[in-house]
Ligand binder design. Structure first.
Ligand code: PEP
Ligand code: MN
Length: 377
């Protein structure tokens, strides 16, 4: 159960305190307060943990300061989309809105290598009106002798260049909680030249201590990848770990599943699950076609498989695309064979827009016809 307080009624106010006292007095019930500060107003939600079946919903709704009560109809209390839940969802970070209605491209280097490559990438993004990118500084590698990423040492110049090219958000994987501190310090030193969306990689989806540490900080949003060898339910529970620690600014990313059925792609592309995540949760949904497809093959129509996979996710309603690009893929230190060339960026953008327009048309069609069909009634 979620008790939503009225606009600007804080947990510390007289009304807020009495709601919390009311809940605390019920046996086996623990209220957890979450305050969301938006532009000019604060929204307070109280997550009621424990067996809520004996609670009297109309009585709680009648308490002063209470706007409404949402019954939790899924195991993911915070990230779940619940029956009758009409709260607005999504978040704004560094001037960019992330929700289930928007679409943002995060094209960039799988791993930061040279300053020159990072600069060429960011310049190209700005030339094409893009304000987000991906830049890996901490790389989880299968082989311990492979390049592990430049780590904290590259952050100052990556953030400086991001500021120069008006990049607002960089998706950056962290594999240890100390990386979060390093990123925050470097952002501070750069005078907040840019913003960072912390990325939890597929190998760490069930690293619960990392999830808790990343979820505890409320400053930076989080992109969590679906675990490549676990159930969807397990991955959604992992996202709930982040949220349960207090950070609700989460994007859920599909990146393909590890199975030989994925051959000839690196992973089995799972973008048909985009509508499933949109239905089960209120999180914006990201797709990563690069780590799904893992190559640069083209079909007889000369369209890259990475672009086909992107179109499949976007036409199904994806809200973010994380994709590897490189000015010189043959020189990339990580995942060069799957990187698109920087001069393919305008083609990629136009191709993605075709899929987005088609999604919008499909949405309008379903509003016009789908809702009137006998199955919907
Ligand atoms: C990445 O995005 O750089 C990455 C390592 O992805 P994944 O965790 O999906 O393998
Ligand atoms: Mn990679």
């Amino acid at each position: 159960m979620i008790v939503v307080l009225k606009n600007d009624v804080a947990a510390e106010s007289t009304e807020g305190r009495s709601v919390i006292e009311y809940l605390t007095a019920r046996p086996g019930i623990t209220p957890k307060v979450h305050a969301i500060t938006g532009t000019g107003r604060t929204l307070t939600e109280i997550y009621v943990v424990g067996d809520t079946s004996a609670l009297d919903q109309p009585e709680i709704e009648a308490l002063p300061g209470v706007e409404k009560v949402v019954r939790v109809s899924r195991p993911y209390a915070v990230i779940g989309r619940h029956i009758g839940d009409t709260r607005g969802h999504g978040f704004t970070y560094n001037g960019i809105q992330f929700d289930q209605a928007s679409l943002h491209l995060f094209a960039g280097l799988c791993a930061v290598d040279t300053r020159d490559h990072v600069e060429q990438m960011m310049r190209a993004l700005r030339e094409h009106g893009q304000h987000c990118t991906r830049m890996g500084a901490y790389k989880p590698r299968t082989n311990p002798y492979s390049f592990q990423g430049h780590g904290a040492s590259c952050l100052p110049w990556v953030f400086e260049l991001a500021g120069k090219y008006e990049i607002r958000v960089i998706a950056m994987e962290v594999t240890h909680d100390s990386h979060v501190d390093e990123i925050m310090q470097a952002l501070e030193h750069s005078g907040h030249a840019t913003g960072v969306m912390l990325q939890i990689g597929t190998r760490n989806t069930q690293n619960f201590e990392l999830l808790k540490a990343v979820g505890r900080q409320r400053e930076l949003p989080i992109l969590i990848k679906r675990g490549f060898g676990i159930t969807l339910d397990e991955s959604l529970n992992a996202a709930e770990y982040l949220a349960s620690e207090g950070n609700h600014n989460i994007v859920f990313c599909l990146r393909g599943m590890k199975t030989n059925l994925g051959d000839p792609h690196r992973n089995f592309v799972d973008f048909s699950h985009v509508p499933v995540i949109r239905r089960l949760t209120h999180l914006p949904v990201c797709i990563d076609p690069s780590h799904s497809v893992g190559g640069r093959s083209r079909d007889p129509a000369d369209i890259l498989d990475v672009m086909h996979a992107t179109a499949q996710g976007v036409i199904a309603g994806a809200n973010m695309v994380l994709v590897d690009f490189h000015p010189h893929p043959e020189q990339a230190l990580v995942d060069g064979p799957q990187a698109l060339h920087i001069d393919e960026l305008p083609w990629f953008l136009e191709d993605m827009q075709i899929a987005r327009d088609a999604f919008e048309k499909r949405r309008k069609l379903s509003q016009r016809i789908g809702a009137t069909t006998s199955a919907a009634r």
